[in-house]
Design a binder for this molecule. Structure first.
Ligand code: FDP
Length: 294
């Protein structure tokens, strides 16, 4: 971790602070790997998706850096079958490169992380911090910790705070829904129709970038249950829980359609979940819709 990052708010001299600092430091190298490691790696991740060389570089880099820190007791990754265990009281779950299909069209991609006091698989209530990095036109990082959400710009190895209190705007303006209307159930399709009349579409194909739209402009991001895939596409441990924690800390809500993503039970680190993140009013209305359809 660089000296200036050391002094940045939210990255204090605790194990959790040092973990967050490692993500800020690793961002520059991961961004470089996105530019140079563009080919497929000839391998599949545990969810059966093709891995890019950049996915593997990011995963290996983060595992090495995080497990080298005192106090880190385990490393779990969307790119690995099982959890790597060490000794320590903090546990990290990572999606090293979210939105890999955006590599070719050169659109937003990112890294998502959750820091827990219990080894994964574990529920979201055991999170002590969570964050994401976006490799967009600039590299930014959003971190939720102690009920506060901060946004940093990472440049030249330094993380500079650009928003000290990120909160979901009261008036929602954007929506982004994955999975395709023909695969949605009636409850979600009806609600989508209602929102499509009021809000503007923002769907970029990388969850972190789409949720960043919601944090910036207010609205709803959903990757719902699909007819052929009742638990949806996105991973609970690596995507749902950390992003749920961030949106809730920013004053919004997370849901699997019925309850907060932080309360959803988990059996396996690669479990999937229907996922909805956004303004409290929109999530509450969505949950009412689901209840009425049952
Ligand atoms: P990707 O497959 O490109 O890695 O994590 C999976 C994810 O991206 C999310 O980032 C994104 O929101 C979603 O899948 C996109 O799925 P669709 O291609 O079905 O839209």
């Amino acid at each position: 971790m660089s000296k200036s990052t050391d002094l940045t708010p939210g990255m204090t001299d605790t194990t959790t602070g040092r973990i967050v600092g490692e993500f800020a430091d690793a961002a520059t190298e991961i961004r470089e790997a996105i530019a140079t490691e563009r080919q497929f790696a000839d391998e599949e991740n545990p969810s059966g998706e093709s891995q890019l060389a950049a996915d593997l570089v990011a995963d290996e880099l983060l595992e090495e850096r995080l497990l080298a820190l005192d106090g880190v007791g385990s490393y779990a990754s969307e790119e690995r079958e099982s959890v790597t265990v060490d000794e320590g009281h903090r546990h990290v779950a990572v999606d090293p490169l979210d939105g890999s299909s955006n590599l070719e069209p050169n659109s937003g991609m990112g890294t998502i992380f959750g820091v827990y006091d219990t080894q994964p698989p574990t529920i979201g209530r055991n999170l002590v911090a969570a964050g994401f990095v976006i490799y967009g036109p600039t590299t930014s990082m959003v971190v939720a910790r102690n009920d506060r959400v901060r946004e940093y710009i990472i440049h030249d190895g330094d993380a500079r705070v650009v928003d000290d209190d990120v909160s979901v705007p009261t008036d929602p303006t954007v929506y982004g829904f994955g999975g395709g209307r023909e695969n949605w159930n009636d409850a979600f399709a009806d609600y989508a129709t209602e929102l499509q009349e009021r809000l503007k579409l923002r769907y970029g194909g990388a969850m972190i970038a789409d949720v960043s739209q919601v944090l910036t402009y207010g609205g709803l991001f959903s990757y719902p249950a699909l007819e052929y895939r009742p638990t949806g596409k996105l991973r609970l441990q690596f995507e749902g829980q950390p992003m749920g924690y961030i949106v809730e800390a920013a004053g919004g809500k997370s849901s699997d359609g019925h309850q907060s993503l932080l309360d959803r039970e988990i059996d396996d680190i690669h479990d999937r979940t229907p996922l909805h993140l956004g303004n409290t009013s929109l999530i509450e209305r969505l949950e009412e819709r689901y209840e009425r359809h049952e």
